[in-house]
Design a protein around this ligand. Sequence first.
Ligand code: SF4
Length: 135
Amino acid sequence: MDLRFACQPGCTKCCDQDGYVYLSEEDVRQAAKFVEMSPAAFEARYIYRTRHQRRFRKPRDKQCPFLESNGCSIHPAKPTQCRTFPFWPEIVERRDTWLRTARYCPGIGKGELIQIGSAMEIAEEQRRAYPELYK
Ligand code: SF4
């Protein structure tokens, strides 16, 4: 299948989808540093921790505490899953999920052709960051 993708300026549709933003330990370190907090203070304020995973606590009116009307307020330090979207294994490895994701992501089908090898490398990065999600 042809993989074309170019994120569209001003769009935040992926950030508005129902779901959780999971964070690896490194994601927490990077985001905490970006907002000038210690990882422990950042976790206490923003993270919900289960036995195996960490995710952002969801504000009542949006999916992510760092999503503002003009986009991601921690963009340079955003979590791996936000950076790797839409090249998540469950999306990129199946034509039907890639096409279904294109219904809300206007960047799919635009821009340069992405080499399948590059897309799979990004998918692997996603798998490595969240081993519990891909057991
Ligand atoms: S939905 Fe697609 S185009 Fe829009 S911000 Fe997310 S990745 Fe970019």
